[in-house]
Ligand binder design. Structure first.
Ligand SMILES: NC(=O)c1ccc[n+]([C@@H]2O[C@H](COP(=O)([O-])OP(=O)(O)OC[C@H]3O[C@@H](n4cnc5c(N)ncnc54)[C@H](O)[C@@H]3O)[C@@H](O)[C@H]2O)c1
Length: 331
């Protein structure tokens, strides 16, 4: 059966990124005609190698080109370009991530409106929620609170991006706003300042030069992860069925303590080492988990990949050396 995306012309800024490349996979499977714009600042076009010759690729900084010209005639723009926080806790990141993310989102929003693209996906983040948000976190009002303190510049940028999307609604461009929680999957960023928690822990487990795995904090802090393939599918469903700028969570409520996550990664990889919990280092929020009931109500979405299957795929890809090793330019 031909679905909503079949035959549609879709532009994906940030399509070489971790989530963007899974969105491209999903669009191609659904019969869309896809163009990617990516400068590889934190992405890697090799993630799209399996689509070579079947999608158009513009290797450019989207802030430095005539985006509206590229968007003209497209049925949808799904903006996955952005600057993700990663694990490096340098203090200057707040300023950098605030301005960088606003600049990227503004350029895409302005061009999509100018080109009157019928559908636009704006990607926010769970970092818009305050530290004391209930867990699992539903789409609660964030007015009058501060965003997650550990990622305040990034969270403030995402809040501002949501506001601008709301202000821009009502014209010919119908806007969807997604608030993803932590995504995980086989092509996640494994190295550099943009590395995420699972590939980074796995790297420490597999590196023969690392004698013990050090986990920041007690290891009792919980996180929940949605497989990136599920996150991509949820985004397409939301654009199709909820083209209004009321932000919708995308994530999982399957919480796992970081200590248990390390042990599970060791079991799956067959490499066992001592684990040390460094209580002198910050452990971030005690719990993070997503209430995605509204996403389910709006779209019928249910995840296909349960946590253990995702982790097994991540370990298998890493052992086969298929993870993304792209260097991350910070600036
Ligand atoms: N990964 C997660 O768990 C997560 C969670 C919440 C929100 N998000 C959001 O989802 C989006 C995608 O995240 P991701 O994890 O895939 O990040 P990513 O860094 O892997 O992907 C971002 C992509 O955007 C590209 N890019 C950045 N600036 C660009 C520019 N000026 N011109 C062209 N391309 C540019 C990068 O090269 C990269 O390919 C971001 O907006 C991020 O804030 C991600």
């Amino acid at each position: 059966m031909q679905g909503f995306w079949f035959g549609k012309s879709v532009v994906v800024p940030g399509g070489a990124g971790f989530i963007g490349s899974s969105v491209v996979d999903e669009l191609v499977v659904n019969g869309a005609s896809v163009s990617v714009i990516d400068d590889e600042s934190s992405g890697d076009l090799s993630r799209l190698a399996s689509h070579q010759g079947r999608i158009a690729i513009h290797r450019s900084d989207l802030c430095a080109i005539d985006l509206a010209a590229l968007f003209r005639g497209a049925d949808a723009v799904l903006n996955l370009a952005g600057m993700a926080p990663g694990l490096t806790p340098d203090e200057l990141r707040h300023e950098r991530l605030y301005h960088g993310n606003l600049q990227i989102a503004d350029a895409v929003l302005a061009a999509a409106l100018a080109a009157e693209v019928p559908r636009l996906l704006v990607v926010s983040s769970s970092c818009v929620y305050p530290d004391d948000a209930p867990v699992p976190t539903p789409e609660l009002s964030i007015d009058g609170s501060a965003p997650e303190s550990a990622n305040r510049g990034y969270g403030l940028a995402k809040r501002e991006i949501e506001r601008r999307a709301t202000a821009a609604a009502g014209g010919p461009t119908r806007i969807t706003v997604a608030r993803p929680f932590n995504a995980c999957g086989p092509r996640d960023q494994a190295y550099g300042p943009g590395a995420h928690v699972i590939p980074s822990l796995l790297g420490k487990i597999l590196d023969p030069a690392v004698p013990e795995v050090v986990v920041w904090g007690s290891g009792r802090q919980t996180r929940s992860f949605i497989d990136v393939r599920d996150a991509a599918r949820a985004m397409l469903l939301l654009v199709e069925r909820h083209p209004v700028p009321e932000p919708v969570n995308i994530g999982s409520d399957d919480e796992i303590p970081l200590g248990d996550l390390v042990r599970l990664l060791m079991e799956l990889s067959g490499v066992f080492k001592p684990v040390r919990f460094d209580l002198t280092k910050p452990e971030g929020a005690l719990r993070k988990s997503c209430d995605s009931s509204w996403l389910h109500e709006l779209t019928g979405f249910r995840p296909e990949y349960e946590a253990k299957r995702s982790l097994r795929d991540i370990v298998t890809a890493r052992l086969a050396n298929r993870e993304c090793s792209c260097p991350v330019r910070v600036g």
